[in-house]
Design a protein around this ligand. Sequence first.
Ligand code: FUB
Length: 312
Amino acid sequence: MKKNLLALLLTVIISFSLKAQNPIIKDIFTADPAPIVHKGTVYLYTGHDTASVTATNYKMPDWHVFSSKDMVNWKDHGVLLSPQTFSWATGDAYAAQCIERDGKFYWFVSTFHKSNADSKGGSAIGVAVSDSPTGPFKDAIGKALITHEMTTDTKHGWKDIDPTVFIDDDGQAYLFWGNGSCKWVKLKKNMIEMDGQISVFKPQNYIEGPWVYKREKLYYLVYASAGTKPEMIEYCTATNPAGPWTYRGIIQKNVPNSFTTHPGIIDFKGKSYFFYHNGSLPTGGSYRRSICVDYMYYNPDGTIKEIVQTTE
Ligand code: FUB
């Protein structure tokens, strides 16, 4: 009897200590989570909010990488990339996503182009490359992959942000991005050149922060939306990454204390995880955000159950 009680106590203690507490990164303010799984480890690529408590805009100097083998203990690998790595870039380090191909890690980032800095925008997407998920990373191209002059949004320099990259089972890579409307283009195998024309479409309630992935036979396009302010997370599915995309509904309603949110999704050790950000750390807010994670569940038809954020 005593033995059974001890075993129960141990189980409770172990399961309690294995629970990550949201937000999962507490030492610095982080935003725009982009997780990948590589060789049994989760690597979490993040933006870094450094604005003051009274600030009314972002101050995002660099990107960090964190890693975890258990989704509970996170190691900060520090600043592994900043706009300064790109000779053509200036300004903030907006949302980014890293993907592995043939042993190389391609980190697609949104930042701003020097030549457009005076127009308060000039958003641009660059690519950094490394042989390791934790760097060192260098500019893979020497110029921006996407600038807003290449797209239809020539008048608005904030629109070409938030890259998400996806490699299909046949090896074809796709880049999706955009604020206001969603754009996509195929990438060549080298991951640093476009392969064809840029297409533009507008998923229902779409604002920004796309995240594209495939599960079983279905493609998912998950994004920050704003039926009402602040942002929520909604999604579409398709049977082809080129679309057409069918609107499927809300994944997560408004997060506390932040008018933006941003999705990042992985499967790890048999479970599905949904990363996002909110402003829930003490002194946090829309420009001092924090990354959180919750379990994600699918219905038998592939639709996603609504996620209610937890504090544990
Ligand atoms: O973090 C800066 C911007 O806010 C991102 O690029 C958007 O997705 C939103 O989270």
